[in-house]
Design a protein around this ligand. Structure first.
Ligand code: MEV
Length: 286
């Protein structure tokens, strides 16, 4: 029997713009997903397509047990975390000796297959390696760890990443002279933020600007706007949509002593808060 866990993720800066080769920053966060795999000729049923594909692609048979506090379909990378932790547990239980690089690569292949082509390698990379990651085109670089006090607000409004990515693409076709400079500006905010990662006030301002630019791209939602304004009013340094938008989650950077106040204010709107911080480990044997 082998149990491995993997963290969730948030986009701190640059979502959507990364699709067009601009820089983005994503970060591994708690909570973690934990997966136990046991050799068995009678595999457990009712498994997700991600789990099925982990077993099919490695050619082994086993039962699997998942525990997760990471909400699914909210843009926090739960499918990538489940896939990476399952592959790590399979490798351990069956002695396959997969390296981290191999787990990240295989997990991305599985996401691409299950999501029929449109899966970004960011989620699988960040959950496998942990840390704060700067994405530029195909390259990924881990940035120095920072103690960022984050509060996530889940609107509980369901959204589709594919649809939001498509929405930006259509806007770009219609009015490239407007949309391209917005994407350019998001890239510039990301690079400014990378220089300010250890300075909460300028970093919060960068989040606010990034949020406004995402709104300008048309990926906002009234519930996201409400939570962003609520977090700022409760004392956050800055707040923005995280991930694809159109629903899903926002994230706020908070002074340490304001985390609970911001989380409480988010919960009072009927949304669900998660107080979180950086995970530096990525996949881990339990
Ligand atoms: C979704 O979490 C982030 C997007 O930038 C899409 C992607 O990077 O593949 C919207």
């Amino acid at each position: 029997m082998a149990t491995w866990s993997a963290p969730g993720k948030v986009f701190l800066f640059g979502e959507h713009a990364v699709v067009y080769g601009k820089p983005g920053v994503a970060m591994a966060i708690r909570p973690r997903v934990s997966v136990t795999v046991r050799k068995s000729r009678n595999p457990s049923h009712a498994r997700s397509p991600y789990i099925e594909e982990c077993f099919r692609s490695t050619g082994v048979q086993g039962s699997v047990y998942i525990r997760s506090q990471l909400p699914s379909s909210s843009g926090l990378g739960s499918s990538a975390a489940v896939t990476a932790a399952t592959l790590a547990a399979i490798s351990d239980e069956f002695g396959l000796g997969f390296s981290r690089d191999e787990i990240a690569r295989r997990a991305h292949e599985i996401e691409r297959k299950v999501q029929k082509g449109r899966a970004s390698p960011t989620d699988t990379y960040v959950t496998t390696f942990g840390g704060i990651v700067l994405i530029t085109g195909d390259s990924k670089r881990r940035l120095p760890p920072q103690n960022l006090n984050l509060v996530i607000g889940n609107t509980l409004v369901s959204h589709s990443t594919a649809k939001m990515v498509e929405h930006v693409a259509r806007g770009r076709e219609r009015t490239p002279e407007i949309v391209d400079p917005i994407l350019e500006a998001i890239g510039a905010v990301t690079m400014r933020a990378v220089k300010s990662l250890n300075k909460p006030q300028p970093l919060g301002r960068c989040m606010d600007i990034n949020h406004a630019l995402l709104d300008a791209l048309g990926v906002g939602h009234p519930e996201l706007s409400k939570l962003v304004l609520t977090a700022r009013a409760a004392g956050a340094f800055g707040a923005k949509i995280t991930g694809a938008g159109g629903g899903g989650c926002m994230v706020a950077l908070c002074p340490k002593n304001a985390k609970s106040r911001v989380a409480g204010a988010i919960d009072a709107t009927g949304a669900r808060s998660i107080i979180t911080t950086l995970d530096t480990e990525g996949i881990r044997r339990e």
